[in-house]
Design a protein around this ligand. Structure first.
Ligand SMILES: [Fe+2]
Ligand SMILES: [Fe+2]
Length: 193
């Protein structure tokens, strides 16, 4: 699905569906980080109109996702709780090549954003299939569709600033690296990643 090279370990969804409070809290922060990432792209690349316009839309959507997760938490009598460590994101962000041409760095940022969208989309699909709560199944289905759109949007945006062949080659490298990261991390059913 979505080009990912390693499917999520089936144990993840088994544990996750039994840890709804933890999953919702961690998920809320995933939406917050997605919104923050969009904002920082806008601030770092203000002269790129297409990027600014696209990221502005994405930020609004990610923030509305955050609001929706917050509402699901409240409905169940839970509070947001503190942000948890996100080793997956830390490892993924290390794949960004610093220095060199700024367009190459921008491409890496956009492709890493696409990877996170793709993996989130895969996990939302699993939740939409396995969660007992009918309302949450629908919720995760809707968000899966939205994150799939973000995934393609980030990939397309990368092609605005770098030749398609270079983007495709780097995308394959990053897909391999992401699979290695997923394989190296413990299966945490209390985290989204
Ligand atoms: Fe989102
Ligand atoms: Fe997203």
């Amino acid at each position: 699905m979505l080009g990912l090279k390693l499917p999520t370990d089936p144990r993840w969804v088994d544990i996750a569906t039994k840890n709804i409070e933890d999953i919702l809290i961690d998920h809320a922060y995933c939406e917050q980080k997605a919104a923050s990432n969009g904002i920082s792209l806008i601030v770092q690349f203000p002269e790129r109109t297409k990027l600014v316009d696209t990221c502005t839309e994405i930020v609004a959507e990610e923030w509305s996702h955050f609001e929706r997760v917050l509402a699901e938490l409240k409905k169940r009598g839970y509070t947001l709780g503190h942000k948890r460590a996100d080793e997956y994101a830390v490892q993924l962000n290390k794949l960004e090549r610093k220095g060199g041409h700024i367009d190459r760095q921008l491409m890496d940022k956009l492709l890493i954003s696409a990877l996170i969208e793709a993996r989130s989309c895969e996990r939302f699909r699993l939740l939409s299939e396995e969660i007992v709560d009918e309302e949450l199944r629908k919720f995760y289905y809707e968000l899966m569709v939205s994150e799939a759109n973000h995934y393609t949007t980030f990939l397309e945006l990368a092609k605005e600033y770098m030749p398609e062949e270079i983007v495709k080659a780097r995308w394959q490298e990053l897909l391999d690296a992401e699979a290695q990261i997923i394989a190296s991390l413990a299966v945490r059913g209390d985290r989204m990643h």
